[in-house]
Write a protein of this length. Structure first.
Length: 557
């Protein structure tokens, strides 16, 4: 996938995926290029484009270059293009092709548009990288005098409305047995209420010694007894099945049991995915020390969706008496709506909301849903590794990261959703949270960096022809500002020799040219992009016999 994105509204990339389907795409969900992936794939495409005349003219021939090394050659007449592959995922190899030696890193392909010169090796990254940060702005609210204040919201800035527990709509329906959720709701809402009234006080349902067992295909289940929250459960990406046993206290006479089932995206692939289903499947049982009562086949009353959804509480243009505005608002309470105002963050950097402090729900900005949030959904603790190596056949478990952390905390708000000055934000919180803890962030690029070695294939520059490319000797380091209209304002670091580190934290090695900074400044400062040849001729030779690299870190403004 080349461009990541955001699932706005109730759309989703699949079960338990709240909004983002970025997946480290070359262009992220905020519309910014993710380096070096974007630049490397750009160069791969350019290299293949240079091979086009030969690729479309003939079929390839196969040639073994030794163990786990091979060539695929497209040759007809004067046209020739070759792909040299090392399919060993551990060892580098030096092979001979057409009488010339070529070094092939492990698990890589070298592309030769003229069957002689390597313009790109897939394992050698010549493109620039970028150092980005999410700048926390707090919550920019509108003060009483019309000015904006970047700060966390005070308690008086939020209005709230309580979502009632259980059946409140006139169109509720009563049917025997437990109904499947997706077919019942016709996907009109994430939520389906299951409600039943039972008698308490029997010996086998004796007070606090009773337990309620509920089995559900979920994805999220909440239990309320006589209007009070009694417990919850959730599935996970590998299994949406919920088996919840929670202690309950029944009172003499009638007792009302309300079960709220919620989906978070639906299965969208796999064999018979349309038959997976969701909702409470049963059994639903009350158990006590002297017996059990199976409620699965009893008459249940069903309500599709929430009262607040029907009242359009998410739409700030529709006034509703449900909203309460006073000096305090409830926090950490399930089934609560919140509403406030904020000012648009300055500038044009992409905007996100950090929902740390909230549980699970949905958010609307100026009446447009920015999707479900679920910062309390934690990734599994196991599976991550300290070092990442993608060599060898791909597997979904490779290079896992952020184990034991929230699956998502930042939620994209397109600037097209915002308006100058005051904006409205509405939250529906299902589990319970504190809206004063949420904050706005903007994504900013701090630095652009590039690291190119003397022995790398020459970088593919867009402004030269393939013929010029093949005639030019030596690699070049290229930097480009990420935004249109920006220019390189300063060089933060430059080193030709044996530098180390990563973008934002480079350091000089024992071998370092004294001319590197001046050369980079002359070539790059004041322009939107620049190209610097990587050679001792350009920088002097601080250490003969050593393969040297050029590293440059620049700031754009």
């Amino acid at each position: 996938m080349y461009h990541g994105g955001t699932n706005f509204g109730r759309s989703s990339g699949g079960p338990f995926i709240s909004t983002s389907y970025d997946y480290d795409a070359p262009i992220d969900e905020y519309g910014l290029v993710r380096q070096p992936k974007w630049g490397h794939l750009r160069d791969v495409h350019k290299a293949i484009k240079m091979c086009e005349p030969a690729l479309i003219a003939t079929d390839p021939s196969y040639m073994s270059l030794g163990q786990n090394a091979e060539a695929h050659v497209y040759k007809t007449g004067s046209l020739c293009a070759a792909f040299l592959a090392n399919i060993d995922n551990q060892s580098d190899k030096t092979v001979t092709f057409n009488g010339k030696a070529y070094k092939l890193p492990a698990w890589s392909v070298s592309i030769l548009p003229d069957c002689t010169n390597v313009v790109l090796n897939t394992a050698q990254i010549n493109s620039q990288v970028a150092s980005t940060q999410m700048r926390n702005l707090g919550f920019s609210t509108q003060a009483s005098d019309g000015s904006s204040v970047e700060a966390e919201l005070a308690s008086s800035t939020w209005s709230y409305a309580v979502e009632p527990v259980g059946i409140t709509k006139e169109n509720a329906m009563t049917k025997p047995g437990l109904m499947e959720q997706i077919n019942t709701t016709a996907d009109a809402s994430d939520f389906l209420w299951y409600s039943i009234v039972v008698a308490g006080g029997e010996p086998y349902l004796n007070g606090s010694q009773s337990n309620l067992l509920v089995n559900s295909l979920g994805h999220v289940l909440q239990v309320f007894i006589n209007g009070k929250f009694a417990g919850s459960g959730k599935g996970n990406a590998s299994s949406s099945l919920i088996s919840l046993t929670t202690p309950v206290t029944l009172v003499p006479g009638k007792n009302k049991i309300d079960l709220l089932s919620a989906t978070v995206g639906l299965t969208n692939y796999g064999a018979f995915f349309d038959l997976v289903g969701a909702g409470i499947t049963g059994p639903v049982k009350l158990t006590g020390p002297k017996g059990a009562l199976d409620l699965s086949s009893a008459d249940w009353t069903y309500q599709i969706g929430l009262r607040g959804e029907d009242l359009h509480l998410y739409n700030p243009s529709e006034a509703s008496p449900e909203w309460v505005s006073d000096n305090s608002y409830p926090t950490n309470n399930p089934l609560t709506w919140y509403k406030s105002k904020f000012t648009t963050p300055a500038g044009d950097d992409p905007v996100a909301i950090d929902f740390t402090g909230m549980g699970k729900g949905e958010a609307w900005v100026n009446g447009q849903s920015i999707g479900r949030y679920w910062p309390t959904n934690i990734a599994p603790q196991s599976g991550c590794v300290n070092s990442c190596n993608y060599r060898g056949p791909y597997g979904a478990s490779k290079c896992l990261k952020k184990c034991g952390q929230p699956s998502q905390t930042l939620y994209h708000v397109p600037r097209s959703f915002l308006q100058p000055g005051s904006n409205d934000i509405v939250l529906f919180e299902q589990f319970g949270g504190d809206p004063s803890k949420i904050s706005f962030t903007t994504k900013q690029t701090e630095s652009v960096c590039a690291h190119v070695s003397e022995d790398h294939p020459d970088q593919i520059d867009s402004w030269i022809s393939p013929q010029q490319k093949l005639q030019r000797s030596g690699p070049a380091l290229r930097l480009e500002c990420p935004k249109e209209g920006q220019v390189i304002s300063s060089i933060k670091f430059a080193s030709f020799g044996t530098p180390s580190g990563t973008c934002g934290s480079y350091s000089h090695g024992e071998c370092s040219s004294s001319q590197a900074l001046a050369v980079a400044q002359e070539a790059c400062v004041g322009v939107s992009s620049c190209s610097v040849p990587v050679s001792a001729k350009n920088f002097g030779d601080p250490c003969r016999g050593v393969t040297k690299s050029l590293v440059v870190e620049a700031a754009c403004s």
